[in-house]
Design a protein around this ligand. Structure first.
Ligand code: UD1
Length: 425
């Protein structure tokens, strides 16, 4: 296991190239299961989760070849049994369920794992696929699905919780090969859903309305191979934007699709951070003014993303005054809070809200990453803190950030990857 050793207090300056979106790449790879012809996905990020997805697809019988920043998948002959241990490791592995049901009418996948941020059930995925005619049983940790033929219908994915991103993608993928027309109501509107829809359309699917709350899919008999460039990772971009603010520096985010970052940029500007669009790039700087605290509530897209909540909390810690950060998507997503408190932060949790008393200087300490986005927040806190910070268990970060330490070093950060010493745990 690796750790990061960070010597904080240095402003970050320069250009950073934003990698392809993890949350788009994983379902895009799963979508390749829908055809026996080869599919190539380009601009994929170099991440352990992407390698995992490759392993999962191979365990289903697909040929998977990584080359540079592309992956080619050929699912000539596949079977329905996903490897229990592989799938358990990653939440996004649930998105093989839709393609398997669409292509084979059978699936046997273990209940997915991933970041420990609340219960994260899959009831909406199953509800949607059931509406299309699939039958499911859950036995010994496996979800077993079968159907003779999926038939298009109306599927409502809202209700108790907000729309589900991977649930929307799963139903959309399965419906491409269903008989007749499927209407997904209360669909997730995230850019990653649009990206997957665009790939499916390139494969021959008939899809309208992705990116809005109603998606219409008219089933076709067969899909064919296609090539696709993944959209930039809006969460990585937001993290580097906040890195510029917390280190009082200036970073140009190259090729980051600023139009996918609306809510984050709005909050950054409200606090006083400067963010200027230059075509596909974005220049973010602290601006040297006194920043103001802002309240934040996470919401489905186009609201403030839950995946940026922890990083934004670090910025609020550095701004004098009180800010309230409310988490509305996941119920246990404040695991970074006790670790930030080790650095001297004053944060109290009241129900779904964290009350942040900002303006106290942070000082380096040894802290432990608990999930992917929490790890990114701890790294940002280490960059802003005085002295040395060790962030342990950075494998969480390697799951979702493409060479974050290298990218930060090119911006002037003093950050090193060091072996994690077990005796100090
Ligand atoms: C995706 C992202 C994740 C992001 C999340 C919300 C990937 C690989 N991951 O996760 O980074 O934080 O969207 O933007 O794309 N829910 C149910 N039942 C279900 C499905 C979801 O109750 O069947 C609940 C979840 O527990 C959560 C909410 O719905 O409270 C939204 O979750 P969802 O959008 O499904 O998250 P993911 O798609 O898993």
């Amino acid at each position: 296991m690796d750790a990061f050793l960070i010597k904080g207090g240095r402003p970050l300056h320069g250009d950073v190239s934003i990698s392809g979106s993890k949350n788009a790449t994983l379902p895009l790879m799963a979508a390749a299961l829908l055809t026996s012809e080869p599919c190539t996905i380009r601009r994929i990020p170099n991440l352990s989760d992407v390698q995992f997805m490759g392993e999962i697809l191979k365990s289903l019988g697909a040929e998977v070849t990584f080359e540079g920043d592309s992956v080619t998948i050929r699912a000539r002959k596949i079977h329905e049994v996903g490897k229990y241990d592989l799938i358990r490791k990653m939440r996004a592995s649930i998105c093989i369920l839709g393609p398997l049901m669409g292509r084979l009418g059978r699936a046997r996948v273990s209940l997915p794992g991933g970041c420990v941020i609340g219960a994260r059930p899959i009831d909406l995925h199953l509800k949607g696929l059931r509406a299309l005619g699939a039958r499911f049983t859950v036995r010994a940790g496996y979800v077993l699905g079968e159907t003779k033929r999926l038939v298009g219908t109306e599927v409502f994915l809202g209700g108790r919780v907000g729309p589900t991103v991977l649930g929307t993608v799963n139903i959309m993928m399965a419906a491409t090969l269903a008989e007749g027309t499927t209407l997904i109501e209360s669909a997730a509107c995230e850019p990653e859903v649009i990206d997957v829809a665009n790939f499916l359309i390139a494969m021959g699917a008939k899809i309208q309305g992705a990116g809005g709350p109603t998606i219409t899919i008219t089933g076709v008999k067969k899909l064919h191979g296609a090539q696709h460039d993944v959209i930039p990772d809006r969460i990585e971009a937001a993290t580097f934007a906040i890195a510029a603010a917390v280190t009082r520096g200036e970073i140009t985010l190259k090729n980051c699709r600023p139009d996918h970052l609306g809510a984050v940029l709005d909050k950054l500007r409200e606090t006083g951070v400067k963010a200027e669009r230059r075509g596909p790039d974005l220049v973010v700087s602290h601006g040297r003014t006194r920043l103001r605290p802002v309240d934040i509530t996470t919401q489905p897209y186009a609201g403030f993303p839950t995946d940026v909540q922890a990083q934004m909390m670090v910025l609020m810690l550095l701004v004098p005054g009180i800010s309230v950060i409310t988490e509305r998507i996941f119920e246990a997503r404040f695991m970074h809070v006790p670790e930030l408190c080790r650095l001297g932060a004053e944060i109290s949790i009241e129900g779904p809200s964290a009350i942040v008393k900002g303006g106290r200087p942070l000082s380096g300490a040894q802290i432990m990453a608990s999930d992917l986005r929490a790890s990114a927040a701890l790294v940002l806190a280490g960059l802003a803190a005085e002295g040395s910070t060790t962030v342990k268990r950075v494998y969480h970060l390697d799951r979702g950030y493409d060479r974050m330490d290298e990218k930060l070093r090119t911006l002037g950060a003093r950050i090193e990857r060091v072996p994690d010493r077990p005796e100090s745990e």
